[in-house]
Design a protein around this ligand. Structure first.
Ligand SMILES: [Zn+2]
Length: 391
């Protein structure tokens, strides 16, 4: 039998339901309460009207928001790229080839080593308020190594993405077409049972538009849904391909033409921005303001990976998005919760309304604005996932 808990005395509650509270997209309620029963939210509203519950948690005048939904990470890997980062920060530019370093280390690791590494970064993310995360393969690039990465990831999340097309495998450097055939053939057959999504790094030095189309189309035929690394380092066909194929998300979106922005505004593809990557590579910021003003749905995620964005902190990405990408604090918090859920085509997370999964993040601050106002400060004071307190 489940028991109910009321979390009350919440100074600011982010519900992400515009029909509640102040009527903004965040659906902010002041002096609020949330009632949780089992793993679900059953009631949200003003504290004075909360129904009775078996247990009571006093938020003591602090803010509560939905657990962050980190819809883009690469956490099945081994090794470290400290030297590459250090070199880059000393003046060399980033190229996609650095991934090969992690591929070699990942292939050499045991299953137990990969899982221990994954578990460590998941715990780190959870302490920072992330209750739902997506993660990808992409550091194996063989049938065996890609499928084992997905098997390991699937033990920890439902949001598993097959990214055999991260770069052309070093084993096929002289014959990219043969590698695309492998990714869309034997490797796809081995990986599809363990994944929900298929992804491709559509970029100069990785896969071009025709290759990306072939890879995503093959994945769709096997029941995987597309998402895509698009327009990160340069202009290219990725974003419009994403919309054409009804990808759930086009990720990065740093170099966009007006036609790219129009396509996103008219389609159902979320633009997922990953400011940790621009921060860690000293690259040009994506223009979130331009996307939002065009009516595009924007998500914010970490892109946590050992090469180009080694942060698991959604609050850090919120602060960057506000400081450098033209987002308001409200928009950034929405994008890191409801936006991430949209990028995973989920409606059960990223909001705190009846029926939603009871994923709550309690801040040691009176409002969600403090996530941007107090950058770098560990403000997460409590986390519930599926109704269970985990931090
Ligand atoms: Zn990525």
């Amino acid at each position: 039998m489940s028991s109910s808990t009321v979390v009350t005395n919440i100074a600011t509650l982010v519900t992400n339901d515009p029909s509640l509270g102040d009527g903004s997209p965040l659906g902010l309620i002041q002096d609020a309460a949330v009632v949780v029963d089992g793993d679900r939210v059953v009631w949200t509203g003003e504290a004075g009207r909360a129904p009775a519950a078996d247990h009571r948690v006093d938020a003591a005048g602090r803010a509560v928001l939905p657990g962050f939904v980190d819809s883009h990470s690469h956490l099945v890997f081994a090794g470290d790229r400290t030297q590459e980062f250090n070199a880059r920060m000393s003046g060399r530019s980033y190229s996609a080839g650095g991934i090969r370093t992690t591929v070699a280390a990942t292939r050499a690791a045991t299953d137990a080593e990969l899982e221990a590494n994954l578990t460590r970064y998941l715990a780190e993310a959870l302490r920072q308020g992330t209750t739902t995360f997506e993660t990808k393969s992409g550091y194996g690039l063989t049938v065996e190594d890609e499928s084992r990465a997905l098997r390991i990831a699937a033990r920890h999340t439902d949001e598993v993405t097959y990214l055999g097309a991260h770069i052309v495998s070093p084993d096929h450097a002289d014959d990219p077409a043969a590698y695309v055939a492998l990714v869309t053939g034997e490797m796809l057959d081995a990986c599809a049972p363990h994944a929900r999504w298929i992804d491709v790094f559509c970029e100069k030095g990785a896969f071009d538009g025709d290759q990306a189309r072939a890879i995503l189309t093959a994945g769709k035929a096997k029941g995987l849904h597309p998402r895509i690394h698009a327009n990160q380092l340069s202009y290219g066909p990725g974003v419009q391909l994403a919309v054409e194929l009804d990808a759930a998300s086009a990720d990065h979106c740093t170099h966009l033409t007006d036609a790219d922005v129009d396509a996103l505004a008219q389609g159902d593809t979320v633009a997922t921005l990953l400011p940790g990557a621009e921060f860690s590579t000293r690259a040009e910021w994506p223009d979130a303001r331009r996307l939002l003003d065009a009516g595009v749905t924007v998500a914010l995620s970490t892109d946590c990976n050992p090469g180009s964005s080694f942060t698991s902190s959604v609050p850090f990405c919120v602060a960057l998005a506000v400081r450098d990408m033209g987002m308001t604090p409200d928009e950034a918090v929405w994008s890191a919760t409801a936006g991430g859920a949209a990028a995973l085509r989920r409606t059960d997370v990223g909001r705190l309304t009846p029926g939603a999964r009871a994923d709550l993040t309690l801040l040691d601050a009176p409002s969600h604005v403090h996530l941007a106002y107090r950058p770098g400060v560990p403000l997460v004071a409590g986390v519930w996932r599926g109704g269970e307190r985990v931090v």
